[in-house]
Structures are given as structure tokens and as C-alpha cells.
Design a protein around this ligand. Structure first.
Ligand code: NAD
Length: 492
């Protein structure tokens, strides 16, 4: 019998349930077991959290960057000390393979805290001088930042928001996804241990339309950084606009993976197949940057497609806690139903599933996971670029295969959705890679790689994939208002 976790809110340095006492159940999606509860917070809890953050702002923003950085480093050190506990909790909360949580999610959360601590210490005051005046750009922390994160990379994306906010001098009210609140709760506990001043980091748990919406609408919230679905992003932007609140929106994607024939010659085939499969199926396809449309040069089809199908079939589906598992469970049984419905729709539209295409037979799963939310890696061919499965995000282990004749057609198909998050280009020709990259309408283009990151580089999307960028200086600047002080060099 698994121990259950009671997640609490962190408000003004204290832990508390929702004022109304209501809770949300938390399930392990790989087993469907109840693993805990979290507060089902309302506007009352949000009010208390925003008030605490407002009261803490003057002292926190007045600290020297190095003092704020020291708190973030102390927090990062505690997460690192407990990295195995965090990784296990993340795997149980999401269904993602433990190996992925241990090698990517939690190390990246630690890196986020450290990166922004160092970045704020390294940032310089900009100055411009001409014959008339000296202009000094002071960056003044905005105030209370609302940081709202999704369920697919819970601690990774939560820290990606709170770290630059806190480093910049904002105080924070964070709202993790109600589906995956456990690692943010563990972080809340470590923040107390790390000696965070009360009210600087507050975390409220609850449902998006109730707790999240109250946070976005709160008049004393100065800015909102949000990662999640495009529809939610629209709602948040609409609420924020009349108050001129600054928003950063990291939303969905329908990212193209563009494979040229020169990337599937015998010496490169395995590398390309593994890279493309990784881009499509990592975290069960539940990464906003997953390459869910695979565009293949016609002359490469016969070589590449069977090799990709073989690779997808070879991925081991199973208990996320088993080190041999490549593909864990999706986030919930409801999400499996959504993914299955999208695949069924694609088949009705004329697509053919070359692998996967229907729910995993539970009898093939380890006994403990037979009630889990599993769906197999699925590759679908035969759909025109305009088909729904090529236009709408499915956010599961499902990718479509689309042929193209030449570079121009590849670019046209790649750019032919309402999204613009990222792309990857697979070719042995460096000048072609750069040529294609320069024509793609998206925030990041990976060449012969996927999800390789330098945290100093901005990341984010265009069009329905979002507004603004996170990462590096862009993130620090988001949380601050530039105020320019101009001094005449010569007395008038
Ligand atoms: P979601 O939009 O349902 O929820 C995200 C967060 O917003 C949750 O904390 C939720 O409680 C909150 N929320 C929901 N409604 C709200 C409202 N009206 N006001 C305020 N907050 C509200 O998204 P999700 O299902 O948790 O995550 C999956 C989506 O996130 C996918 O579309 C995926 O592409 C996207 N995503 C994007 C990126 C990126 O960097 N672009 C990264 C990860 C995930």
C-alpha cells in the first residue's frame, strides 16, 4: 500500500490547506492508484497568497542580486541533495519513466535555479552616452509575479518560471498543475529549509478556472508567466489585457521534423531514426516541442519509414519505475481517451497506422500497471497536410508521416499550421540546414538534434504557440520594468 501525500499551500511562509477545506485527488496514472490530495484553492487562498507576496516585495526587491542568488542556490542544493526522492515523486505523479525524471526533469530544475541565480549576478546595467547625455537603464522588478505551469514537465517548468522571477526581485505566487502538484510541494518545503523570507515564494494549488483564473485577475498581480494549452493562453491574455499586465505565454505546438534523403544514407540512418523517434515519443509525446509531424523527402521514404516504424515498435512500454522502460503512461485515462479519439479520427480521415493506433492490451503490461493510462507509439501515414491530425496538437505518442518533393514544399508544409513553436531539420548538408532554418516560422530550429538547450538562448513560440520568450536575459527582462535615467553631460 503506497503512502499518500498531503499537498498543502505555501502562503506567507506557512503551510495550509485550502480555506474551504476542499481537496483534489492525485492519482498515479501508471496504476490509477490514489497517491495524495492537494488543496482545491479558491479566490480566498489566492487573496492571502497575493497579499503575502505584496508585503514581501519591498524587502526582497531591495536585496542585492547576490543575496537573492544565494537563496536560489541554497534551494537548488536541497533539491540536489534529495534528487532521487524528487525524481521518484515526479515519475509517480506523471507516469513518465523514472529514468527520464532522474536524468532530465530534476537535474534541469536544479539547473534552472542555479542558472538564473548566476545570470542575475552577471547582468550589467546598460548605459548609453552621446554628446548630449548619459542614459542609464535601471531594471526595476515588476512586483508580484504569477507563475502558472502545466503537468507534462512539472518541476522543470515551474522552476523555469519562479527562478527568473525571484532572481529579478519579484515575489511569486506559483500555481502548479492540479494534476501534478507533488514536486512543487516538495520544493515549497525545501524553500522553508533554505531560509526563504516569508511571503517571497507562495504556492497555491487548485483548478485552473477557479484558482488560476483568480490569480490572473488579481489586481495586485503585475505579470503572468504561463505555460500550457493555447486555449488557456487566450483566456489569460484576455483577462490580463484590460489591466495592461505583462504576459508571457508558452503554448502548444505542431512541430515539424524535416528529414532529407541525405540524412538517411547508410552511415547516418540509425542516428537520424533514433533522433526522430526521440523527438516524437519522449515523455510519451507530451512535450510541447515534440516533433509530431514528420516530413520525409519522397526519395528517402522507402528507407526511412520502415526503420522508423521498427524503432517505434522496439520502444519498451511499461512500468515507469522500471529502468528498462522507454515509454511510460500518459498523464491520465481521460487523456488516453482524447489521444485515442484523435487517432480514430485520423484513421476515419483516411490515415493508416503503421504501428500503434489503438490502446495497449493491458494483459501485455506488468501486473501493477494494468489499470494505467498507456498508449503505444503510433505513426500514421496517408493524410494530407490539411488533415486535422496534421493541424491540431494531440499531445501524445502520435506522429504523422508526410512526404515532400523538395525544399520549397517542405518549408510550405512545415509552416502550414497556426502554430510556430519549433522544428528540427535532418540533413548532412550544412548550408541546406541553414537555408531551411531561415525560412521556418518558429522560435527554435534544431539541426540534426532535438531539445538540445543552452539556457542563455531564448525559447518560445510564434502565432498560436505563444507570446514572448523565456530563457536567459529575455526571462530576466520580462520580470522588470526598464526605467531610463538621463543625465545631461553639459549643464544647460
Ligand atoms: P492547461 O492550459 O490546461 O493548464 C496549464 C496550467 O494552467 C495549469 O496549472 C492549469 O491549472 C492552469 N489553468 C487552466 N485554466 C486556467 C485559467 N482559466 N486561468 C489560469 N490558469 C489556468 O495545459 P496542460 O494541459 O496542463 O498542459 C498541456 C499543454 O501545455 C499543451 O498544449 C502543451 O503544448 C502546452 N505546453 C507548452 C509548453 C511550451 O513551452 N510552449 C511547454 C509545456 C506544455
Amino acid at each position: 500500500m503506497m503512502m499518500t501525500t498531503t499537498v498543502l499551500n505555501l502562503i506567507d511562509g506557512s503551510f495550509a490547506p485550502a480555506r474551504g477545506g476542499a481537496t483534489i485527488s492525485i492519482y498515479n496514472p501508471a496504476t490509477s492508484e490514489l497517491v495524495g490530495t492537494a488543496p482545491d484553492s479558491t479566490a480566498h487562498d489566492v487573496e492571502a497568497a497575493v497579499e503575502a507576496a505584496t508585503n514581501a516585495f519591498a524587502a526582497w526587491s531591495a536585496l542585492a542580486p547576490a543575496q537573492r542568488a544565494a537563496h536560489l542556490h541554497a534551494l537548488a542544493n536541497l533539491v540536489e541533495r534529495d534528487i532521487d526522492t524528487f525524481a521518484r515523486a515526479e515519475s509517480i505523479d506523471t507516469g513518465k519513466p523514472l529514468a527520464l525524471a532522474r536524468s532530465v526533469d530534476i537535474p534541469r530544475a536544479i539547473a534552472n535555479l542555479r542558472f538564473f541565480a548566476d545570470a542575475v549576478c552577471d547582468s550589467h546595467v546598460e548605459q548609453f552616452a552621446n554628446e548630449h547625455a548619459r542614459s542609464v537603464v535601471h531594471r526595476r522588478a515588476l512586483g508580484v509575479a504569477a507563475c502558472i505551469s502545466p503537468w507534462n514537465l512539472p518541476l522543470y517548468l515551474f522552476t523555469w518560471k519562479i527562478a527568473p522571477a525571484l532572481a529579478s526581485g519579484c515575489t511569486v505566487v506559483g500555481k502548479p498543475s492540479e494534476i501534478t502538484p507533488v514536486t512543487a510541494w516538495m520544493l515549497a518545503q525545501r524553500s522553508i529549509e533554505a531560509g526563504f523570507p516569508r511571503g517571497v515564494l507562495n504556492i497555491v494549488n487548485g483548478r485552473g478556472p477557479l484558482c488560476g483564473a483568480a490569480l490572473v485577475a488579481h489586481p495586485r498581480v503585475a505579470c503572468i508567466t504561463f505555460t500550457g494549452g493555447t486555449v488557456t493562453g487566450e483566456t489569460i491574455a484576455r483577462t490580463a489585457a484590460p489591466a495592461f499586465k505583462r504576459v508571457a505565454l508558452e503554448l502548444g505546438g505542431k512541430n515539424p521534423t524535416i528529414v532529407f534523403a541525405d540524412a538517411v544514407r547508410s552511415d547516418r540512418l540509425t542516428q537520424t531514426v533514433h533522433g526522430v523517434a526521440r523527438a516524437a515519443f519522449t515523455n510519451q509525446g507530451q512535450v510541447c516541442h515534440c516533433g509530431s509531424r514528420i516530413l520525409i523527402e519522397r526519395s528517402a521514404w522507402e528507407t526511412f519509414v520502415p526503420a522508423l516504424v521498427e524503432r517505434a515498435r522496439a520502444l519498451r512500454i511499461g512500468d515507469p519505475l522500471d529502468a528498462a522502460t522507454d515509454v511510460g503512461s500518459l498523464i491520465s485515462l481521460q487523456h488516453v481517451m482524447r489521444v485515442a479519439a484523435a487517432v480514430d479520427g485520423a484513421i476515419r480521415d483516411g490515415g493508416r497506422a503503421l504501428c500503434g493506433g489503438s490502446r495497449v492490451d493491458p494483459s501485455l503490461l506488468p501486473a501493477a500497471t494494468r489499470a494505467g493510462a498507456f498508449y503505444p507509439p503510433t505513426l500514421i501515414e496517408g493524410l494530407p497536410p490539411s488533415a486535422k491530425a496534421n493541424q491540431e496538437e494531440i499531445f501524445g505518442p502520435v506522429a504523422t508521416l508526410i512526404p515532400f518533393a523538395d525544399e520549397a514544399e517542405a518549408v510550405a508544409i512545415a509552416n502550414g499550421t497556426r502554430f510556430g513553436l519549433s522544428a528540427s531539420v535532418w540533413t548532412s548538408d550544412p548550408s541546406r540546414a541553414q537555408r531551411i532554418a531561415s525560412q521556418l516560422d518558429c522560435g527554435t530550429v534544431w539541426i540534426n538534434s532535438w531539445m538540445v538547450r543552452d539556457l542563455r538562448a531564448p525559447i518560445g513560440g510564434m502565432h498560436a504557440s505563444g507570446l514572448g520568450r523565456e530563457g536567459g536575459r529575455e526571462a530576466l527582462h520580462f520580470f522588470a520594468e526598464p526605467v531610463v535615467v538621463v543625465t545631461h553631460e553639459t549643464p544647460e
